[in-house]
Design a protein around this ligand. Structure first.
Ligand SMILES: [Zn+2]
Length: 232
């Protein structure tokens, strides 16, 4: 049973880590792209900083709002499903018992064993068994909107702080290569870290995230250069 146990732990950890890495990735990519775009329009360091700081706050709030809304609606759905299931259990327990047994039969258990499993699981925690095996809601996956919103905003802000810090500290001539290079290196490291935690291939994950990051930065820098020369 040991491999199965480890596997489950890995999946649980991935949920958290994945959300954190995705938030930081978004923060780095969007803020680095934003400051590179403004810098390419020949802006002063202070206007690049203002744009980057505004991007940090706007991005963190938009991540929080988006995550809150999406996780809340998921939580509403789960709550409604559980309430309906609770009602069905109270109204017609034998039918629910048969429903659960049929789920186990479809998964490959012999009819007699499926009946026994349904009986024992329902004696232990009837609603829990139906939530898990009929609705697919497990304790580890239960939606927590406020926590999700806060985590997204925080990890985005941490990621966004990196290119901002580089804008603040880098010598003027080195601003663009420093922001682009160090941001891409951090993206690669984060992508590799997430892949390693999930047991996936590190190199592929790092290349993937660097490709999309470089594409975003290249595009915004191009737009900035274009507008910088035509508008001003
Ligand atoms: Zn049911």
């Amino acid at each position: 049973m040991r491999p199965h146990h480890q596997e489950r732990h890995r999946t649980e950890r991935i949920g958290w880590l994945r959300a954190a890495v995705l938030g930081a990735n978004d923060g780095i990519v969007s803020t680095a792209s934003l400051v590179l775009g403004v810098a390419a329009a020949e802006a002063t360091r202070s206007s690049v900083l203002v744009a980057g700081a505004a991007g940090l706050v706007a991005g963190a709030m938009s991540m929080a709002a988006g995550e809150y809304v999406s996780v809340s609606s998921q939580a509403d759905t789960e709550r409604a499903d559980l309430a309906r299931e609770r009602g069905e259990l109270a109204a017609d327990e034998p039918a629910e018992r048969e429903e659960l047994a049929s789920i186990y039969r479809e998964r490959g258990l012999a009819p007699e064993l499926a009946r026994q499993v349904a009986d024992q699981l329902m004696a232990h925690d009837a609603l829990g068994a139906h939530a898990r095996d009929e609705l697919g809601i497990s304790a580890a996956l239960q939606a927590r909107p406020v926590q999700a919103a806060f985590t997204s905003a925080l990890t985005f802000a941490v990621g966004a702080a990196l290119p901002l810090l580089l804008v603040w500290l880098a010598p003027a001539d080195w601003l663009v290569p420093a922001v682009a290079g160090i941001s891409l290196a951090c993206l690669a490291a984060l992508g590799g870290l997430a892949a390693q935690a999930g047991g996936a291939r590190i190199g592929v994950a790092a290349i993937r995230v660097v490709f999309w990051g470089a594409l975003a930065m290249g595009l915004t820098a191009g737009i900035g250069a274009l507008f910088g020369t035509t508008v001003s």
